[in-house]
Design a protein around this ligand. Structure first.
Ligand SMILES: CC(C)(COP(=O)(O)OP(=O)(O)OC[C@H]1O[C@@H](n2cnc3c(N)ncnc32)[C@H](O)[C@@H]1OP(=O)(O)O)[C@@H](O)C(=O)NCCC(=O)NCCS
Length: 144
């Protein structure tokens, strides 16, 4: 498996398959995808994109930080889960944040995935909350 930075549009098929099933591809463009400071990571196996993650220079109202970054759009192809792809993507996101001078990486994690983030050193803040149309989430964070 290898990791590269990819353009925002390259994330759309996996976002659609994993994170926005049944929704049109336009629902897979996230705010700030094209901002300076945003980067998108792709994990490749045999020239197939098997995992994605996106990182935004974005503050979180509940987590004061000098240079905060947000992790979004984490998705691993269903056939490739449990093989360390997600962990490698998060490690690369953390090193990208560190290289950019960041002091915080936060995310709104689906409660079904919060155990994944805990394994990778993230802490939960507060109670679970509902994101309309997507489901229950936890605010989570860790230093890079
Ligand atoms: C969550 C997701 C990104 C994890 O990717 P993955 O490649 O399967 O994860 P990894 O194989 O790298 O797992 C790393 C560790 O986390 C654990 N883990 C993975 N998914 C988990 C989950 N949902 N709950 C608890 N632990 C989990 C693994 O067992 C592994 O633990 P280990 O180090 O003890 O072996 C992937 O399952 C996915 O795309 N899920 C659907 C979309 C989603 O929920 N995205 C996150 C939105 S916030």
């Amino acid at each position: 498996m290898r990791l590269t930075r990819i353009p925002a549009r390259a994330t759309w098929p996996l976002r659609q398959l994993v994170l926005r099933p049944g929704l049109p591809v336009e629902a897979c463009a996230f705010p700030h995808d094209e901002d300076e400071g945003t980067f998108h990571l792709g994990a490749w196996a045999d020239d197939a994109l098997v995992g994605i993650a996106s990182v935004y220079a974005e503050a979180c109202a509940q987590l004061p930080a000098a240079r905060p970054f947000r992790l979004r759009g984490m998705a691993v192809h269903p056939d490739r889960r449990g093989q360390g792809v997600g962990a490698v993507l998060v490690a690369e996101a953390l090193s990208g944040v560190k290289a950019a001078g960041g002091d915080l990486l936060w995310c709104n994690a689906r409660t079904s995935a919060s155990g994944f983030y805990v394994r990778l050193g993230f802490a939960v803040v507060g109670e679970a909350f509902e994101l309309p149309g997507i489901g229950p989430h936890h605010l989570m964070h860790r230093p890079p």
